[in-house]
Design a protein around this ligand. Structure first.
Ligand code: SAH
Length: 395
């Protein structure tokens, strides 16, 4: 009986509650004892301190998240059939329930009951990212299952920065199945975007901002916009098409700007200017020159990757905000985005209130948005609620 023989992870007294509540991360500090000798990546059973079955997961002695949980039914093995069902359920959400037509995130890790796996689809290609050792060790199984369920032209593996160290994971970017196109073209909200699956940032494109780009574009009509941290031009192009008078798009990465310029051209949009600069310096220069904008989008990269980095990250947001408030005309629209899960929404709202009150400008939050719904939030795992996009009117 395979199920009877799984090594057992015994929780400390009073530590079982989050896991009965289906939170999937068991940190080392919650564990009293390990019975049996699980190897990294093995299936283990999580038991309460009195020996009751709690959930089944995968073990990694090299990660602070010692066990990631996947099944709460004692009869459920963590085999290919199980992972096929989890994948199929994730795909059903995007295709049958949300009815997303094109590029989207098909699997979002904990939010889809697959802690450690992200899958995105661009045209006929899939990009996968493994953020857990145990699922990475099963990458051939996942490649087979994704092929069976979706018949893609190719599956390309991208690795996330810093993950090797967190998980003890050695992975290289490269094709898992089929070929990888250098550059492909996909559609978002009726605009066309070049995406580079192998060289682009992250998985090639930031799909999570899809709906936020539309929401901001509506407010940019007839206004001059600054798109700070523009990457391949997502916000800029949406605003330019909607009728912004002009857009200044800034990024420090030349490859990003090359993509962004090509994307503007692809859509026949001529009222966007791209500039290679550090946003902090550029904002200082714009303020010094007395430039004004009707809309300012701030969409920086993840500033806080660990708890100890939160304070420094908040200082970064503060600097951006102080300068943006100076460059924003009266009745201007400020869009403050933050993709660090460790920085909570209320912290951003509080920062907005503080900095706007310092300069005696009323600030109204029109919408405090999250990621598009193909990046759902698991109610059981609040950490999946990572993206904030706060749209404000500044008097
Ligand atoms: N708004 C984009 C996504 C931004 S991702 C979209 O809608 O797709 C963050 C971007 O910030 C990256 O393109 C990165 O190159 C850029 N970046 C990081 N630090 C920067 C800095 N100090 N100044 C300018 N750009 C920076």
């Amino acid at each position: 009986m395979q199920l009877m023989s799984n090594p057992r992870i015994l929780l400390k007294d009073k530590r079982a509650r989050p896991f009965f509540g289906m939170h999937p991360w068991v940190y080392a500090g919650a564990i009293a004892a390990v019975e049996g000798e699980p190897k990294d990546g093995d299936v283990v059973d999580l038991m309460s301190h009195v020996g009751a079955f709690v959930a089944r997961g995968l073990y990694n002695s090299q990660s602070k998240i010692r066990v990631r949980l996947y099944a709460w039914d004692e009869q459920q093995p963590l085999d290919a059939d199980f992972f096929r069902r989890q994948l199929a359920s994730a795909i059903r959400l995007r295709r049958d329930i949300l009815k997303l037509p094109g590029a989207c995130r098909l699997v979002f890790s904990e939010a889809d009951g697959l802690s450690g796996l992200v899958v995105e689809q661009f045209e006929r290609w899939l990009v996968v990212q493994f953020t857990s050792l145990a699922l990475a060790l099963r990458r051939e199984i996942f490649a087979d299952l994704l092929t069976e369920l979706l018949h893609p032209n190719g599956i390309y593996l991208r690795t996330e920065r810093g993950i090797g160290q967190l998980e003890g994971l050695e992975l290289q970017d490269g094709p898992l199945r089929g070929d990888a196109p250098g550059l492909l073209t996909m559609e978002e909200n009726g605009l066309r975007f070049h995406v580079n699956l192998t060289e682009g940032q992250k998985t090639g494109y930031y799909l999570d901002q899809r709906d936020n780009r539309q929401a901001v574009a509506r407010l940019a009509v007839g206004r001059r916009m600054l798109d700070a941290f523009c990457y391949s031009g997502g916000f800029s192009l949406h605003a330019a098409r909607a009728g912004a008078t002009s857009v200044l798009a800034v990024d420090s990465s030349e490859p990003a700007l090359q993509l962004a310029r090509a994307n503007a051209e692809l859509n026949g949009l001529t009222n966007v200017t791209f500039e290679k600069s550090d946003v902090f310096d550029q904002l200082d220069r714009l303020v010094a020159a007395g430039e004004r904008f009707g809309v300012i989008v701030l969409d920086p990269p993840k500033f806080a990757r660990s708890k100890s980095a939160v304070e420094e990250a908040m200082r970064g947001y503060r600097r951006l905000l102080v300068q943006a408030l100076k460059a924003l005309e009266s009745d201007g629209i400020l869009v403050m985005c933050c993709c660090s899960g460790l920085i909570e929404r209320q912290m951003l709202h509080d920062l907005l209130a503080l900095e706007a009150s310092q300069v005696r400008r009323p600030l109204q939050i029109l919408e405090s948005r999250g990621a598009a719904p193909d990046h759902p939030m698991s109610a059981m795992c609040p950490e999946t609620n990572y993206l904030k996009c706060v749209i404000c009117r500044v008097g």
